[in-house]
Write a protein of this length. Structure first.
Length: 521
């Protein structure tokens, strides 16, 4: 069964109506994937140090980023290969997750930006990962790491690459690898397995997407190459100990479990941990999912135990207060034309938080009215929180093209319909009132969309002035006035609920007005 937080995340992504990856330019798909990973991973933690390096590779330099934990060198080191179906994924998209993992594990973490398919099909990315791992072992002293405590790890495609690197290092007599951290790795891509049947649709990673990734990555003649079909290696004996971490509701669950079983059968010390109700990719979503944060902390503990790392008090999983090691804005975002505003210090953050506060207050007040309202208010709370997040993202990305703005307004209409329906069921006689409220909100959103999309491409939110600014503020004011009128017309027993909702909306409108005024100045 899906975890409630995972379900909410899936519902939100479904509401966006995003086209499949094969229907958009690959560069745009990569940018969108990076944007999603950055935002879902949460705020990046401070670490003792971060530096970018260039590693000599088989076809040129391989970019990599080194995360240093607090403590004294030499440290254990984890060489990490990101996920993304061998086709998408980036250092920037995994920045927050690997900062947290460095803090939790006490290890230096080196994130490898290997070449991606289809421009560079197998074995290009695999060769980069192996070359980077060998270089790190050979240059351990300059990196402040202990080559005898070198681990490899990665998620999804990266987990496959880590397993493949461990197999090749064993066969070629080095570099010496002490441990494998394999996070829901793909190991053979057999889509007839039960987990593909159960979770291959509607759980973020789909069977169809897995097949597409495979088509991009594996050229003709390499379909059965055991360097990527690691489950079918000739032998799995004499490999380093491993920890296999999986999500319960993941198409890759069965093949990851099969690999853990194969390692155990070969005498390799192997632990296996499944996170209930989680979906593929969850390890990178600490800003959205409680179990993601737990998984990163757990993985850090496993690495500490396996590699003998030490973590100073206050650094394990904590964000820290120092700016030392905090990434520059370019490392937090790389969002391109989709977002002209930095993620940090945005005035819209306070607006979104205010809206969420109003949602929580509305829920609390309504539940006090009786058990009959609890189910409806939970639905309302989810819808309103989702709307708050979308409004925040819209104002951050004020230069979104018209197509995206239309999609936003359409999705927001669906949220409002959900609010109207849930409230109508709860209040019964207030059905006419809530329907009118929904229509009023839709009208205001339409006017808001028209004001934003009428501007020239590239204009920022600070360019709003004159008639456009008056239109936006006027539409928000009418929404406020309409909600007040409907609150007064509601049943007397529900007056307290609507009063609280109205007061909170007034606070949100005033926050928005203050933001516009501040930007105008």
């Amino acid at each position: 069964m899906l975890d409630p937080q995972a379900k909410s995340l899936l519902d939100f992504l479904a509401s966006l109506g995003r086209p499949p990856i094969w229907d958009v330019p690959l560069a745009a798909a990569r940018e969108a994937s990076e944007l999603m990973n950055v935002r879902f991973a949460g705020a990046p933690q401070a670490v003792a140090g971060v530096r970018d390096v260039r590693i000599p590779g088989p076809a040129g330099e391989i970019p990599a980023r080194v995360y240093m934990p607090d403590g004294d060198a030499p440290f254990p080191v984890l060489v990490y290969y990101h996920g993304g179906g061998f086709t998408i994924g980036s250092i920037a998209g995994y920045d927050a997750t690997l900062r947290a993992l460095a803090n939790a594990s006490g290890c230096v973490v080196v994130s490898v930006d290997y070449r991606l398919a289809p421009e560079h099909p197998f074995p290009a990315g695999f060769e980069d990962c192996f070359a980077a791992t060998r270089w790190i072992a050979d240059h351990a002293a300059s990196l402040g790491v202990d080559p005898s405590r070198l681990a490899v790890g990665g998620d999804s495609a990266g987990g496959n690459l880590a397993a493949g690197v461990a197999l090749r290092a064993r066969d070629e007599g080095g570099p010496a690898i002490a441990f494998q951290l394999l996070i829901y790795p793909t190991t053979d891509g057999d889509i007839t397995r039960g987990s593909y049947v159960a979770y291959g649709d509607g759980h973020l990673l789909t069977t169809e997407l897995c097949l597409w990734f495979n088509e991009q990555y594996v050229p003709a003649g390499h379909e059965h190459d055991v360097r990527h079909r690691v489950l079918h290696a000739v032998t799995h004996e004499n490999l380093p100990p491993a920890h296999v971490l999986v999500a319960e509701c993941d198409p890759l669950y069965d093949e990851a479990e099969a690999y853990a079983q194969k390692l155990r059968a070969a005498g390799v010390p192997t632990t296996f941990e499944s996170y209930p109700g989680m979906i593929h990719g969850f390890f990178n979503y600490s800003g959205m999912l409680d179990q993601s944060r737990k998984a990163v902390t757990d993985a850090g503990a496993v690495l500490r135990a396996a590699l003998g790392a030490k973590v100073r008090p206050g650094t394990n999983g904590s964000a820290g207060q120092s700016d030392h090691g905090t990434p520059p804005v370019a490392h937090v975002r790389r969002l391109g034309p989709m977002d002209e505003y930095t993620i940090k210090n945005s005035p819209t953050e306070s607006v979104a938080e205010a809206m969420k506060t109003s949602t929580n207050a509305y829920t609390t007040a309504t539940e006090k009215s009786g058990e009959a309202f609890q189910s409806a208010t939970r639905t309302t709370s989810v819808a309103m929180s989702s709307a708050a997040d979308r409004i925040r993202d819209m104002f951050k990305g004020a230069s979104l093209p018209r197509f995206d703005m239309d999609a936003y307004v359409e999705a927001r209409h669906e949220d409002i319909d959900a609010v109207a329906k849930a409230t109508s069921v709860a209040l019964g006689s207030a059905q006419t009132i809530t329907t009118k409220q929904a229509e009023l909100l839709k009208s205001s959103l339409d006017q808001l969309r028209d004001a934003l999309t009428a501007r020239k491409p590239g204009d920022s939110l600070g360019d709003l002035a004159g008639k456009e600014r008056d239109l936006i503020q006027g539409s928000l004011s009418r929404t406020l006035d309409g909600m007040r009128e409907m609150a007064e017309a509601a049943q007397k027993s529900q007056a307290q609920i609507f009063d609280i909702a109205t007061d909170r909306v007034r606070s949100n409108v005033e926050s928005l007005r203050g933001m516009f005024s501040a930007e105008k100045k």
